[in-house]
Write a protein that binds this ligand. Structure first.
Ligand SMILES: *Cc1c(COP(=O)(O)O)cnc(C)c1O
Length: 388
């Protein structure tokens, strides 16, 4: 079959699922609930900044929804990740294992701690860190010494494993936890894309010692900008709140700070939006899963391309839908991006792999064959809940 025909078939399949509209974005927010009412409440109260009742309410709702014991709201997902890594004990010079195929914030958060990102390959069935490859790799390069894991080649300590639930699909957490136990690594989940995603029936973000969520404008719910740290540990939750509030000691008038802190707390006005969005989250997830199902049916008969579906152990939020071109058809990607965007249907390739960015080119990395292949073949297609 020639390429042009497949190209037409793919564009038709996408169109068959989408409403007839001029412009369809990749991921658009939906404000159809109590957003206006809560924002007004927030303005009327005068509490718009980092103090106010919506922040606490939003944190309680998040904890309840995810099943995490504690949620600490932050100004964005990157700040949440940074906070998680600091609390997980990443020290300057430590290496942190993370996927090469991710959004740049995952690697940047490591750098903010003075850590060194160490890139690992992805599994084709989850699009996230491949546990069996990682286990083989660590057997080659890692050694355990006085309760710590070291990279034998660089001599640096490896302290944290930071997997990403890519596009809302969970990694195989049990397998990764086993690796973490053996190598004494702390597991921190980048769950920025995965609010509403379950792994073996339990919400992601509850498997690592800490996890980060994001509520950026393109995520499954949005607070404009925002994020949260999830943890089951009361002490860590307390510290997360403390260092994201400039490490200020509670006092009516004195300004005393007992360590290096950050201005990372979520403003009340953003939290107000978050409360309204969270009320709608179950509906968003249902709609997104329905949209994924429609895509899945539309692509079932096509050869040369497949629609990525959740791994067997998952109930994914289908945050961002993905097509995978067969390796032999990878050359079609750029034409497809051009053709679909020309029709007003926003599509995009996966992220450029981290080691290909100038600031991360010299970082340690394992062989990245699958990540490289995915980076050539993935195309993200419109995923908004409002499309159903
Ligand atoms: C969105 C995202 C982040 C960062 O979230 P922001 O709120 O944009 O700072 C981190 N990691 C991944 C994988 C993301 O998709």
């Amino acid at each position: 079959m020639d390429s042009n025909r497949l190209l037409d078939q793919i564009v038709s399949a996408i169109k068959s699922v989408l409403p007839a509209k001029k412009q369809i974005g990749l991921h658009e927010p939906c404000f159809a609930g109590n957003e206006w009412a809560y924002l007004k409440g927030c303005l009327d109260s005068g509490w718009v900044s980092s103090l106010g009742s919506y922040v606490t309410k939003f944190e309680q709702m998040l904890a309840e929804f995810t099943g995490a014991a504690y949620a600490v709201a932050t100004v964005n997902g990157t700040a949440a990740l940074h906070t998680c890594l600091l609390l997980a004990g990443v020290k300057p010079g430590d290496e942190v294992l993370l996927p090469a195929l991710t959004f740049v914030a995952t690697a940047n958060a490591v750098s903010y701690c003075g850590g060194v990102p160490h890139f690992v390959d992805s599994a084709p069935d989850t699009l996230g860190v491949d546990p069996s490859k990682l286990a083989d790799y660590l057997q080659d390069i890692a050694e355990l010494r006085d309760g710590n894991c070291y990279n034998r080649i660089t001599g640096r300590r490896i302290s944290v494993l930071l997997p990403v639930h890519t596009f809302g699909h969970p990694v195989d957490l049990d397998a990764l936890l086993e690796i973490c136990r053996f190598y004494r690594l702390v597991l921190v989940e980048d769950a920025a894309e995965a609010l509403g995603t379950l792994y073996k029936g339990r919400h992601v973000g509850n498997f690592g010692r800490l996890a980060a969520l994001s509520f950026n404008g393109n995520k499954i719910i949005t607070t404009g900008g925002g994020g949260a740290v999830l943890t089951g540990d009361a002490g860590l939750a307390c510290l997360a709140k403390h260092i994201t509030t400039t490490a200020k000691l509670p006092h009516l008038w004195e300004f005393v700070h007992d360590r290096l802190g950050y201005n990372y707390r979520l403003p009340n006005i953003n939290a107000a939006l978050g409360c309204a969005q969270l009320e709608k989250l179950p509906e968003f997830i249902n709609k997104k899963r329905e949209l994924a199902e429609r895509y899945s049916r539309a692509f079932a008969g096509l050869r040369g391309v497949s629609f990525f579906t959740e791994p067997p152990f998952a109930r994914s939020n289908y945050w961002l839908n993905a097509l995978l071109l067969d390796e032999a058809r990878a050359g079609l990607r750029d034409m497809l991006l051009e053709e679909s965007n020309r029709w007003g249907i926003q599509t995009r390739p996966a992220w450029r792999l981290m080691p290909e960015l100038p600031m991360y080119g010299d970082c340690p990395a394992m062989e990245l064959v699958v990540a490289q292949s995915l980076a050539r073949r993935v195309i993200n297609i419109p995923s908004s809940a409002v499309l159903v």
